[in-house]
Design a protein around this ligand. Structure first.
Ligand SMILES: C[S@@+](CC[C@H](N)C(=O)[O-])C[C@H]1O[C@@H](n2cnc3c(N)ncnc32)[C@H](O)[C@@H]1O
Length: 392
């Protein structure tokens, strides 16, 4: 179990039951209005929905060289009136609200054709809009007929279940993703193209495949590793693919079996992310400080044990009873003596010092800190660990 999942609120009996009955890692083929009704209440952490746009295209679009533009002209995007579209939107949004956990959030992406209608319905249903994010397309399709502005953006609405519900937002992770600058609500990203774009016999397999980069940002911001992510308009499965890469659990609904099959194949060839590397910076910051001396107090290390810098047996230090390290003439904390070996550069000792596990080689001391933290979480704070945790 990662430190992150250990730190999460213990699931209630209802949540645990819901997680069991959710068909995770599957694409359910059908109309999401009906399929959503079969899912347990309060079982999902994040919903990403890319619903029909209701583009109301009247006729084919052609480029200046008379090649036809791949517009969205499929049956799933046809509605006879705004009223029909609104009714459809209301039905799936009601169900999404039911399946969301109380801290859960919903993202809906759309264009001017539908997003204002969706926004009004969200508010009517008492969702609480947290942000409107503009995805600025760095490489939009030109307006071939030259009669309007180039349509160069899509809009994402991000909403909590109600204004009273808390929500997950990884401010620090997003800041880190943006080179230390606070992430703004205008995201400049290219449309899905190149190797990422799924093609069948050279033609685009789906007219509205979203870029993975967009989902990467969405899921990094609003979900944790292990969270359940649902996409009721799965298409080629972009949400599932990014959720899987980021170690989230996922579930998709798609009415067209052909698209579901494409998504299935795409997910089968996607590697599942795991481990602490997926932990958001915000969670790391929330971890209580844990001094190195605690490893000695808990008997995870003993005075006199030898630690090795960067696995190098030629660069070692002895652990003293008060938690300092001694290496030749150098005496100080794991960070200070680490700095000595790192040529004077700043050094996070937790990540550079290794201890000997009998018969198994060297292991980084950060692993001992994780064990201690998990032990403290598991037993409510007194940090007592069983002998099975101690290094040999
Ligand atoms: C805008 S596309 C989503 C594309 C997807 N985000 C991707 O990256 O591939 C909408 C998808 O929803 C599906 N769809 C439309 N109406 C649906 C419904 N009522 N229930 C389930 N799926 C539906 C369509 O077949 C289409 O694949």
């Amino acid at each position: 179990m990662s430190a992150v999942s250990a730190r999460r609120k213990k699931p209630s009996a209802a949540e645990a039951q819901a997680a069991i009955s959710l068909p995770l890692g599957r694409i359910l083929v059908g109309n999401c209005r009906e399929v959503l009704r079969t899912l347990p209440a309060e079982s999902v952490d994040v919903i990403f929905a890319d619903p029909p746009y209701n583009l109301q295209l009247q006729r084919d679009l052609f480029r200046p060289n008379m090649t036809r533009v791949d517009a969205v002209d499929e049956a799933w995007d046809q509605f006879s009136s705004f009223a029909e579209y609104d009714q459809f939107s209301r039905e799936w949004l009601v169900e999404c609200r039911r399946v969301l956990k109380d801290r859960g959030t919903l993202w809906v992406i759309g264009t001017y054709h539908n997003i204002h209608r969706v926004g009004a319905i969200l508010q009517d249903l008492e969702y609480w809009i947290l942000n409107e994010v503009i995805w600025v397309k760095s490489n939009p399709m030109p307006n071939f007929r030259g009669v309007r502005f180039t349509n160069a953006h899509e809009t994402l609405l991000w909403a909590a279940r109600s204004r009273h519900d808390a929500h997950t937002f990884h401010h620090h992770a997003l800041k880190a993703l943006n080179d230390g600058q606070q992430m703004r609500s205008d995201w400049v990203l290219p449309v899905c193209s190149g190797k990422e774009r799924i093609r069948v016999d050279g033609a685009k397999a789906h007219p509205t495949q979203k870029p993975e980069a967009l989902l990467y940002r969405v899921l990094t911001a609003s979900s944790r590793p292990g969270d359940v992510v649902l996409d009721p308009f799965f298409g080629t499965g972009t949400t599932g693919v990014v959720a899987k890469r980021l170690g989230r659990r996922w579930l998709g609904i798609e009415r067209e079996s052909g698209y579901a099959a494409l998504a299935e194949a795409r997910l089968a060839s996607t590697a599942e992310g795991s481990g602490d590397v997926l932990e958001p910076a915000d969670d790391r910051r929330r971890q209580p400080r844990l001094p190195f001396g605690r490893l000695l107090e808990e008997g995870l290390l003993q005075p006199g044990d030898r630690l090795y810098f960067d696995r190098d047996r030629a660069r070692s230090a002895v652990v003293l009873a008060d938690g300092l390290l001694k290496a030749g003439g150098a005496l100080g904390s794991i960070h200070e003596v680490g700095r000595h070996f790192a040529g004077g550069n700043p050094c996070n000792g937790w990540e550079h010092w290794y201890y000997e596990v009998e018969g198994k080689g060297l292991n980084v001391i950060n692993e001992l800190r994780k064990l201690l933290r998990e032990g403290e979480e598991a037993i409510g704070g007194n940090g007592e660990l069983d002998a099975g945790h101690r290094p040999a």
